[in-house]
Ligand binder design. Structure first.
Ligand code: CU
Length: 171
């Protein structure tokens, strides 16, 4: 390899590398500007059971503390074992999602627990971007809205408020 060719390579190689990196960056940027995004969201009830031998039941009935909590005391949780008691909490999985302002957001919702959920979506300015509607267990729903504002959109289940709440952050 002669000296002149090496000198040309020394100049051209960094320029080619820069072009490749720039092209890759432009591609990644284009992916971030995607205007349609869909999330699969599951409505679930997390349950925990123990016995009075392990831990005394709570002195306050959790169901009186939150619409999202449920409680079955000794005798109710399992008639065959009167020492068992159970608590549960309703949630969305996932409970936090991120989009970009301007995206069209689709929430594909399937609830595995709870027969009825009164569900709506609140925009960052407090308005109702999806009107409240009843969603039932075992049905597949898609709620779609335009994230035209920057901030926190909230997927709310009024039936199990506030634990069954998910936040969609629009950047
Ligand atoms: Cu619910």
């Amino acid at each position: 390899m002669n000296r002149r060719f090496r000198a040309i390579l020394a100049v051209v190689t960094p320029i080619l590398l820069l072009l490749v990196v720039a092209a890759w960056g432009a591609g990644a940027g284009a992916a971030q500007r995607s205007t349609a995004v869909e999330f699969a969201v599951t409505g679930a009830e997390l349950k925990g059971t123990t016995t009075i031998a392990s831990l005394a039941p709570p002195s306050d009935d959790p169901a009186t503390l939150s619409d999202g909590y449920r409680y079955k005391g000794p005798g109710d949780a399992d008639p065959a074992d009167p020492t068992k008691w159970e608590v549960s909490s309703y949630v969305w999985v996932p409970s936090a999602m991120t989009v970009f302002q301007g995206d069209t957001v689709s929430l594909r919702i399937f609830s595995v627990n709870g027969d009825k959920h009164e569900v709506w979506v609140q925009a960052p300015d407090g308005s109702e971007v999806i009107r409240e509607q009843e969603l039932n267990r075992g049905r597949d729903y898609t709620l779609t809205f335009a994230a035209s504002q920057r901030g926190y959109y909230t997927l709310v289940c009024t039936t199990h408020d506030p634990t069954m709440t998910a936040v969609i952050t629009a950047l």
